[in-house]
Design a protein around this ligand. Structure first.
Ligand code: ADP
Ligand code: GLC
Length: 487
């Protein structure tokens, strides 16, 4: 792709998560895999991200070589200069800059937001805007992700200095429910934003600062991670009251479905699972199931289906339905294994379900990347009953590993999982009603199909395993969006 002057369009990914070095959820996966696909599609893309605690150690551990850029980057914020060292690396062909500074020694994802915990995210955005001077490469477009980098479009629109630079920005919404909301004082004075940045049509939100709202209004274009979610957020309550703003901004909003790093998530080459398998030879999957059941302390020879979940345990994911249905799930004979951590009330609900059904339910509490691979590989059914889901990567990963998804028809789940009982067939089981009955209707159908019709089950597994979850098509759509912005 080229600009008017004939050179490739230059895009800087501004992201606070970057798999495999730092990741809170799917945003990290996307930032770690989409740039590689964009590069292949001919976009001159580079990435900037904070060097949170442990990140540079992981980079070194992965064998990626780094160099320190001669010039530091500086940002004026809160009446002092914040500087960061720029550590440059080539991550699988993508030039990546890790910013190393005292500002990034705290939490990568603070759940309690206030001036102090939000400040590193504003500083990061300003340092990203300053990066061009340190590296002698100036982006045409800044591509930002969620509230954690939403200050950047705000700065380009309303900052005393940066608003004169004329930069373009894209705001990609991975989850509108998290908005970066906190007290305006002393942020407004400390940030260098003009006073008009804080009005009901800009960043102000019930008297608070709302970074995501500001980013949506200020960005040159907005995208979100599935076509269905792009429609839902214009009317849907899961936006926590930003739907009006999104409806108003709809002419600059588009939905582009996420892809996967299909080399990383590949049952045929995955080193984290005990036995590899593929569409051509499924045998290894049974070994993975045995190993998983052993890890759970359950009978590895069971003939019953194993239902798995790998998830953040937050309201969005619908786990209250799961623990409220625990008894009914146990009665189907299936085993239910959950890997996740998050809100206490959800963890406790699952633990109680486990106590009441020790032979069929098991919670692996925590965040465990290698175990997640074993769950995807060793499960028969992947349960994802989300209340809302911007895209969802887990259902796609599970399909790659031949684990048949049971999902609610919402957001990106609706765009990727299709019910096998449709006349034209499908790759999973879906339901609409967001309650235990709805979920059990789909889950029972899946368990029965597994028990009663092994040939059909295999066909469903193969259907999912053969889906194209690469980034190729979506990278083309992002490229088209960049092109539109360069007109
Ligand atoms: P979200 O971004 O809303 O959390 P996604 O489905 O888009 O949901 O992405 C979740 C990603 O995080 C997947 O790669 C999934 O495997 C991973 N993940 C979630 N919880 C855990 C966990 N407890 N341990 C390991 N990986 C997890
Ligand atoms: C968010 C969403 C998830 C999406 C991910 C990556 O965390 O909750 O649905 O897949 O971002 O875009």
């Amino acid at each position: 792709m080229t600009t008017k002057s004939g050179s490739a369009v230059k895009v800087l990914f501004v992201t606070t998560e970057l798999a495999p070095f730092s990741k809170v959820g799917g945003l990290g996966d996307v930032a770690g895999s989409l740039p590689k696909a964009l590069k292949q599609a001919g976009v001159d893309v580079r990435v900037v991200t904070p060097a949170w605690p442990g990140v540079l150690e992981k980079v070194a551990g992965s064998g990626v070589k780094t160099t320190t850029v001669k010039t530091k980057v500086y940002a004026a914020y809160d009446w002092r200069i914040h500087s960061a060292e720029v550590i440059k690396a080539n991550v699988e062909g993508v030039t990546t800059y890790f910013l190393k500074a005292e500002d990034y020694t705290g939490s990568q994802y603070p759940y309690q937001l206030n001036f102090w915990t939000a400040s590193p995210f504003a500083v990061f955005c300003m340092q990203a805007l300053e990066l061009k001077d340190a590296i002698d490469w100036e982006p045409d477009i800044y591509h930002c992700h969620d509230w954690t980098s939403a200050f950047l479009p705000c700065a380009l629109a309303w900052h005393r200095h940066y608003r004169q630079t004329g930069g373009k920005s894209i705001m990609t919404l991975h989850n509108v429910a998290y908005q970066g909301i906190f007290e305006p004082s002393p942020f407004l004075e400390a940030s260098g934003l003009e006073p008009w940045s804080f009005s009901s049509s800009t960043m102000e939100f019930y008297g608070q600062v709302n970074l995501l709202k500001g980013g949506i209004v200020a960005a040159t274009a907005v995208s979100t991670v599935s076509p269905t979610y792009a429609n839902e957020i214009q009317t849907y309550e899961s936006t926590r009251e930003l739907s009006g703003i999104l409806y108003h901004q709809r002419s600059k909003l588009r939905g582009i479905i996420n892809g996967l790093d299909t080399k990383f998530w590949d049952p045929a080459g995955d080193k984290a699972i005990p036995k590899n398998f593929s569409v051509k030879d499924l045998k290894g999957k049974a070994e993975c199931k045995k190993e998983l059941l052993k890890r759970a302390g359950l009978d590895p020879k069971t003939k019953d289906p194993v239902i798995v979940c790998v998830s953040r345990l937050v309201e969005q994911k619908g786990f209250d339905m799961v623990f409220n249905a625990a008894h009914q799930i146990a009665e189907t004979g299936a085993k239910l294994l959950i890997l996740g951590s998050g809100q206490d009330w959800i963890e406790n609900g699952i633990l109680q379900a486990q106590e009441a059904n020790p032979d069929s339910i098991k919670l692996f509490k925590g965040y465990d990347e290698p175990l997640s691979h074993l769950m995807y590989a060793g499960g028969d059914i992947f349960l994802m009953p989300s209340v809302f889901e911007p895209c969802g990567l887990s259902q796609m990963i599970s399909m790659r590993y031949g684990t048949v998804p049971v999902v609610r028809e919402v957001g990106g789940l609706r765009d990727t999982v299709f019910d096998v009982d449709r006349p034209e067939g499908g790759n999973g089981f879906t339901f609409q009603t967001c309650d235990v009955d709805g979920m059990m209707w789909a889950l029972r159908r899946a368990v029965e199909r597994y028990n009663d019709n092994k040939d059909e089950w295999k066909k469903i597994m193969l259907e999912g395993m053969s889906e194209d979850f690469t980034w190729d098509k979506s990278a083309g759509q992002y490229k088209a969006m960049y092109e539109d912005l360069m007109q």
